[in-house]
Design a protein around this ligand. Sequence first.
Ligand SMILES: Cc1cc2nc3c(=O)[nH]c(=O)nc-3n(C[C@H](O)[C@H](O)[C@H](O)COP(=O)(O)OP(=O)(O)OC[C@H]3O[C@@H](n4cnc5c(N)ncnc54)[C@H](O)[C@@H]3O)c2cc1C
Length: 369
Amino acid sequence: MRLVVVGAGIVGSACAYTASSLGAEVTLIDAGWPGQATAAGAGIICPWTSGADDPGGYDFACAAAQAYPSLVAELADLGETDVSYRRSGAIVVADREDELEPVRAGLEAQRAGHPEMGDVQVVTGSAVQRLFPPLRPHMPAVHIPGAARVDGRKFRDALVRAACRKGATIRAGDAALVCRAGRAAGVLADRELIEADAIVAATGAWTTPFVEPAGVVVRVAPQRGQIVHLSLGSTDTREWPVVLPVGSGHYLLAFEDSRVVVGATREPGAGFDHRVTAAGLSQVLMEALTVAPGLGSATYLETRVGFRPEGPRACPLLGPVPGVTGLFVATGLGAEGLTMGPYAGGAAARAALGLDPGLDLAPFDPLRQ
Ligand SMILES: Cc1cc2nc3c(=O)[nH]c(=O)nc-3n(C[C@H](O)[C@H](O)[C@H](O)COP(=O)(O)OP(=O)(O)OC[C@H]3O[C@@H](n4cnc5c(N)ncnc54)[C@H](O)[C@@H]3O)c2cc1C
């Protein structure tokens, strides 16, 4: 079975890894365009606080978060031990304790169905600042021990290396879909036709133009996100939890190398404009320093910009494209794609190989409007 996977973000990398592990002859191709969401994403894995506006998307995200540890263990068995996944926990912080009550109650209500979120507790006083020292003093918090974080770049690279070890071929280049008589026949890259029995479009925010030659419309739009990386010198930030200020789309999280990541803008109207803007940078830093003034003396490292692939609803677009034999889509993961990506890529691989995808794909119709 010859499978071409277009897009080597977290979804395509996971798809290529799963498919090559299952014995397929896989080519993974990526254009390397600026704004890959995986390379910019913060890496928070905490689906229980995201609000269940689409039950299908929520259940999918929870299942994806639950599946992470076994994939991490699988990659470790293949020698990929530096994937940066850590169950760091998360704290939802607020100015007053009463603002946290709905959050605590909401999490508690979900707990029976999702024990992996751990024992949710309210934390007050200096205990909160001990968890994340730059925070403003006296902020109460709800602690979610089961939340995790991952560096999308490291995880993606580990998946690509693992896929290569299983025999996948990696190519750089812009792929154009080639269809013949209602069938996806391959992709054209560098004037060469790469023929395939199946093609997975893991093309993120660029999916709409990619599938156009098949005569179908997959509704995905880019939502720009600007996100700032800071360094705290030699401070040991490894175990710091993710910080989620209540009622805000902004957040803070930390990685091993004394790096604190603060974000992010959500800019649906910016198209594929891959620039750091004055307003974006100012918004992100202002929000972060309001919650964590202790970051004021941190060293500014960089601002990353990525395009979240936004579908019509907060629910993946995943599975075979109706009416086009051999074409599969795996995208639309929006602001939770680092959470859902490996799970979505795995399901897409199994579906494309004609195997049981491991879940009912009916709610994820790629042509959903
Ligand atoms: C600022 C920011 C913060 C985020 N924070 C989080 C978070 O905390 N938690 C979370 O779960 N998610 C987060 N996300 C969302 C997450 O990063 C994305 O949903 C996810 O990475 C999408 O992965 P993808 O593989 O679908 O797309 P991408 O990573 O964008 O990859 C798509 C790839 O396809 C390639 N491509 C497209 N068309 C073609 C073509 N024709 N030929 C060849 N290659 C092509 C592109 O070059 C690109 O590399 C965040 C995103 C951003 C931008």
